[in-house]
Design a protein around this ligand. Structure first.
Ligand SMILES: Cc1cc2nc3c(=O)[nH]c(=O)nc-3n(C[C@H](O)[C@H](O)[C@H](O)COP(=O)(O)OP(=O)(O)OC[C@H]3O[C@@H](n4cnc5c(N)ncnc54)[C@H](O)[C@@H]3O)c2cc1C
Length: 391
């Protein structure tokens, strides 16, 4: 017999789980089923993320998303408590620092003005300020930096589990199968089919399939410009341990980042600008030895003696047209929604995205933050949105 639900969310990573949680929390009184193909979350972007959170974006909507999300993260463990067990976001507000040289300084200053006008907790730092913040920093090619004092990093797995457990407690059902088809009749969502031949009837489907978003889009006849792109991360153990906490630092090229991890080890990674798309989860030790570590050690020479402890590769869901997320109703199929294409900032945006998309689905319009600039329609109207502070 066909199971019947009102909403089926496809993908139980941080975005799908936040959407499902927010729907029930906001009082949606129908039945919600979240379908996740991999209960171990071994390859989910959410669990492979670096955990960075920042207010420092160029688009006002992205800044507002961060501000809403920060309010949640600062109280996450209590908000997501289940039967006396708190969540474990491990949010460390050690700050987020963009380093500036002559080249990127004008852009950083311009974006700083936008951030300040929205009340973000950001300041521009001089070389002296940088030296005070990170005494070991090499600053000879720098002119300053932009620092977010409310920013930091958290444990992605802990946040995802927080949404899952609280969502389940409030009534979200999870099914661990793979969605293999979406039933659409006369341009209306009718249900989904899984790899175990389960036929589930519903009137709304939410695509939260992360790097698999375009595969799920095609099941409903919608072409989404989202591609999986590999990003590698590494943790190394430096010989010299600092007696202060590093903020999350973005070097002047905008590609290299590093921060402290537990036990004063260093978590780092660097984007490869021309990495071809694909479901590639192989991590490359040589890339660390030849490219990443030398650049970290140039910026902080005290980190030049270290042992690589581990590495991994995860996937960004990259929107190949304008790089921003695609959120809202998708195309001309009634009942087909989604939140996909978050590249490197889906984790930190998850609380606000869940809240806002649940409003759109329930009430037909955004209430907390107007996210209509991220609609799928923008690819038709040409009103593309570009974020200058992508990492
Ligand atoms: C190395 C790395 C570092 C990052 N650093 C940061 C950072 O510092 N800050 C930040 O904010 N973001 C960061 N990100 C990005 C962030 O992790 C993602 O934007 C975010 O996790 C996206 O969440 P999601 O739920 O959309 O995707 P996912 O976590 O990938 O979840 C999608 C889920 O959908 C499931 N699924 C797919 N297809 C189907 C199907 N047909 N049926 C059932 N289930 C399906 C998958 O199994 C998966 O679990 C980083 C990402 C990587 C890889």
């Amino acid at each position: 017999m066909k199971k019947v639900y009102d909403i089926v969310v496809i993908g139980g990573g941080i975005i799908g789980s936040s959407i499902a949680y927010n729907l029930v929390k906001e009082g949606f009184d129908g039945k919600i089923l979240l379908i996740e193909k991999d209960p171990s979350y071994q390859f989910a972007s959410s669990t492979l993320s670096a955990g960075g959170v920042r207010e420092q974006f160029s688009l006002p909507e992205n800044i507002k998303i961060s501000q809403y999300s920060l309010n949640i993260f600062e109280n996450f463990d209590e908000i997501m408590e289940v039967d006396g067990d708190k969540a474990h976001a491990e949010f460390k507000q050690h700050g987020y620092l963009f380093l500036a040289n002559e080249k990127n300084w004008p852009k950083i200053r311009k974006n700083h003005e936008i951030q300040k006008s929205l009340g973000a907790h950001v300041s521009l730092l001089s070389i002296n300020d940088l030296k005070k913040l990170i005494p070991h920093l090499k600053t000879d090619d720098l002119v300053g930096g932009s620092f977010g004092s409310r920013d930091g990093y958290l444990d992605p797995y802990g946040v995802m589990q927080g949404f899952i457990k609280r969502g389940k407690k409030l009534g979200v059902e999870y099914l661990y199968e793979e969605v293999t088809g979406i039933e659409v009749k006369r341009k209306k969502i009718k249900g989904v089919i899984t790899n175990k031949d389960e036929q589930i009837s519903c009137r709304i489907v939410v695509n939260a399939a992360g790097p698999y978003a375009s595969i799920v889009g095609k099941m409903a006849g919608i072409d989404l410009p989202v591609e999986p792109v590999r990003k590698m991360a590494y943790v190394f153990d430096p010989k010299i341990k600092f007696d202060y906490d590093l903020p999350l630092v973005i070097d002047t090229d905008g590609l290299l980042y590093f921060r402290h991890e537990s036990g004063k080890t260093i978590l780092t990674g660097k984007s490869i600008p021309d990495e071809p798309p694909g479901f590639n989860f192989e991590w490359d030790r040589n890339f660390f030895m030849q490219v990443v570590w030398p650049q970290v050690a140039r910026r902080i020479p005290a980190l030049d003696t270290a042992k690589l402890m581990r590495g991994w590769a995860g996937l960004y869901a990259m929107n190949r047209i304008d790089g921003n997320a695609i959120i809202g109703h998708f195309g001309d199929v009634e009942g087909f929604y989604g939140a996909v294409g978050f590249s490197g900032h889906g984790l930190q945006q998850s609380p606000a995205i869940g809240k806002c998309l649940s409003e759109l689905i329930q009430f037909g319009k955004y209430q907390t933050i107007d996210l209509s600039c991220f609609s799928f329609d923008r690819f038709k109207t040409g009103k593309l949105v570009f974020e200058e502070e992508m990492v």
